[in-house]
Design a protein around this ligand. Structure first.
Ligand code: SF4
Length: 366
């Protein structure tokens, strides 16, 4: 079957492992672009949130390139992610597309049969053992990708030559995508870390450090957040990314092997508890907890990214005002929609970083 996945950061690293190696034909949606956004916005219901619209744009582009099946994650409330896949499927059917939507989500009673069917389509006649092996390897590819993405956030503000860190990462991502075994991944990891070390100016210490919190998709997809991590890095800021695919998937799967991620989830909930004692869907509670933790970790401030109309992040934004006041910890909320302009965004980011630098100076003088 010709299958496609919507884009999300560097998630493409697993495409070969879970699709091509399973005997499917891979159709890669083109990288997110203005066209992707325009298609998604044009055909989505207006009330839908930005990530749904962009993923819909990905799907249209993939089907136009020949995809017969689309793989999509699902969920169960309380935020709108729970019905993303169903809305996207209905919109695409209304547009006259002929395709199959393979939704992977933790099933409730009636969903078990559908999930079973979708798993078997993905398995494509291969043995269960082989499939488990591929999924485990895909997981390792994701972990390494995120480790390098986090490392690049430390290297970028210290790089000797502008752009070097991003170029090193890009090359490594391509290699991770082609890798077939753990030894190769380990080799990529070792070589990339060496290149990062060579590219780093070791004398650049005590940089401003900022936590990046907020909605999962917007924080991890550079096209949507207007390359926020790069912008900050080139302003000399070390970004501490608080969201990750690992932390998103592990608790959903509730699997014992992810117990480290469970611990982190618990710590975040505990940190948020005083301000927001229960989940409000999406990353709402996580954003609050992560800002409290960022303060405890001695970071200089936090930036929250919010897709326009995202209920969980709007709740968090309101609460973060109080958190920021109580802890004397600066936060900046950036709201994104299809109209977001580059200039206004840059001005706000630069003003926030100037504020953090001034606070640092004040602390150093006193
Ligand atoms: S977290 Fe916000 S943007 Fe993401 S799906 Fe839920 S409501 Fe939409």
């Amino acid at each position: 079957m010709k299958l496609a996945l919507p884009r999300l950061g560097n998630i493409e690293v697993i495409n070969n492992t879970i699709l091509t190696d399973m005997g499917h034909e891979l159709v890669e949606a083109p990288p997110n672009s203005k066209r992707t956004m325009d298609l998604g916005v044009k055909y989505s219901p207006e009330y839908c949130c930005l990530p749904l619209k962009i993923a819909l744009g990905n799907m249209i582009e993939a089907i136009d390139l020949g995809a017969e099946g689309l793989i999509m994650a699902g969920g169960w409330g309380p935020c709108r992610f729970g019905y993303y896949a169903q809305v996207q499927r209905d919109v695409l059917l209304d547009l006259g597309y002929n395709f199959r939507m393979l939704i992977f989500e933790l099933p409730r009673k009636e969903g078990i049969r559908t999930l079973w069917k979708n798993i078997n389509i993905l398995r494509n006649g291969k043995s269960w053992l082989y499939m488990v092996k591929q999924l485990r390897f895909a997981w390792q590819q994701i972990l390494l990708t995120e480790e390098l993405e986090n490392k690049v956030l430390q290297v970028r503000p210290r790089e000797k030559k502008k752009g070097a860190a991003s170029r090193i990462l890009l090359k490594s991502i391509r290699e991770i995508k082609q890798a077939k075994d753990i030894n190769t991944l380990e080799q990529i990891r070792k070589e990339t870390m060496e290149k990062f070390a060579e590219a780093t100016n070791p004398h650049m210490q005590n940089l401003i450090r900022v936590a990046l919190v907020g909605e999962f998709y917007v924080s991890l997809e550079p096209f949507v957040n207007h390359h926020l991590e790069e912008k900050l890095g080139y302003l000399g800021v070390e970004v501490v990314r608080k969201n990750s695919i690992e932390a998103w998937i592990a608790p959903i799967m509730k699997l014992h092997i992810f117990k480290e991620s469970f611990k982190e989830e618990k710590d975040i909930e505990q940190a948020a508890y005083q301000y927001l004692a229960h989940s409000v869907g999406g990353e709402g509670q996580t954003s609050v907890g992560n800002v409290v933790l960022a303060h405890q970790e001695g970071l200089d401030g936090a930036i929250q990214v919010v897709p326009f109309t995202c209920m969980p992040e709007i709740v968090a934004e309101t609460i973060l005002k109080k958190v920021s006041e109580d802890l004397d910890f600066p936060t900046l909320t950036l709201t994104y929609d299809e109209q977001t302009g580059e200039e206004g965004l840059n001005t706000r980011i630069e003003a926030f970083i100037d504020l953090l630098k001034m606070r640092r100076k004040r602390v150093n003088v006193s």
